[in-house]
Design a binder for this molecule. Structure first.
Ligand code: RP5
Length: 172
């Protein structure tokens, strides 16, 4: 069977980011959104990053999710090289402060970057789904079902809490 053309690019600065960025791939798999996933470093492979971003739209991508930690230049610099919407995932480790978040969130006026919470790869993918759903009624329907299911799960937990009371709920 022919592979579908990717519409989302997931890129990360290092293989060490993959455990976090896999969360984005899992969500896109859930919605059957075709994507590609690559290791491209702003610092170690700057030329590859520029080419990737500059050719992304012509290759069929509609949005890019970019994750990096530390001095996270990949999301912002990718956004500089394309007019596609770019979604940043600041990768944070136990030995990090909030440098990746600040690197992403303080973009200069003129180059927007949709910055997610630290390690927020799942929300990045959901945001990508929301963007894609603007042009796909079928995807929109599946996304609305997902949101409806979430509402149901919360209501179910609340019902259980009301039934049991908080002490028994905690023990259950
Ligand atoms: C960043 O530096 C990467 O995105 C990664 O989060 C961090 C560490 O990279 P490695 O030294 O593990 O390759 O550029």
């Amino acid at each position: 069977m022919a592979q579908k053309t990717p519409v989302v690019g997931i890129i990360m600065g290092s293989a060490s980011d993959l455990d976090v960025m896999a969360g984005a791939a899992e969500v896109l798999d859930l919605f059957a959104v075709p994507y590609e996933i690559r290791i491209i470093s702003a610092h170690r492979t700057p030329g590859a990053m520029a080419t990737y971003a500059a050719t992304a739209q012509d290759r069929g991508l509609q949005t890019i999710i970019a994750g990096a930690g530390g001095s996270a230049h990949l999301p912002g610099m990718t956004a500089s090289h394309t007019s596609l919407p770019v979604i940043a995932v600041p990768v944070r480790r136990d030995n990090h402060d909030h440098e990746a978040l600040w690197s992403s969130i303080k973009m200069p006026p003129g180059i927007p970057l949709a910055t997610m919470p630290e390690n927020g790869a799942k929300n990045a993918a959901l945001f990508a789904v929301e963007l894609l759903a603007l042009r796909s009624p079928d995807l929109r329907e599946r996304y609305e079902e997902f949101r409806q299911k979430q509402r149901g799960q919360v209501a179910e937990e609340d019902g259980k809490l009301q039934r049991l009371g908080w002490k028994e709920y905690l023990q259950s």
